[in-house]
Design a protein around this ligand. Structure first.
Ligand SMILES: [Zn+2]
Length: 126
């Protein structure tokens, strides 16, 4: 069996409640009470206010997370808005493209297209 580390905060229970429960409790509590990294200013100043509510003492951000810890990736409202805008633009681009207007795939075809474009430019210039 694996040797477990010291009880830390679980010591306050003395001999009560059982060894395994005290170990589990101390593991959770140490995670809950440590300072977490802020997803907004990335400083280790985030503390737990209540179950699932976290607050940064540096930038004042208040956000939801998990009960005893912050999830690995906190979804920030601004990011969600940006992603939605990008998704909309992509959809519009797809709509604009017509099946007949695809670019020529072969090298020779591309070269021909380039040459014809250059000719047209030269004619436009002079
Ligand atoms: Zn912060």
């Amino acid at each position: 069996m694996k040797l477990e580390k010291s009880l830390a905060s679980g010591k306050r229970f003395g001999a009560r409640y059982g060894r395994r429960v005290r170990h589990k409790f101390s593991k959770v509590e140490s995670e809950q009470k440590r300072a977490h990294k802020c997803p907004y200013c990335s400083d280790f100043k985030v503390r737990r206010l209540a179950v699932g509510i976290w607050s940064c003492s540096k930038c004042g951000a208040k956000f939801t997370g998990r009960a005893y810890t912050i999830p690995k990736k906190v979804i920030i409202k601004e990011e969600v808005a940006k992603e939605e805008v990008i998704a909309k633009e992509k959809k519009e681009e797809k709509k604009e493209k017509k099946p007949g207007e695809e670019k020529p795939k072969k090298y020779k075809e591309r070269k021909k297209a380039k040459e014809s474009e250059e000719k047209a430019e030269k004619e436009a210039e002079g």
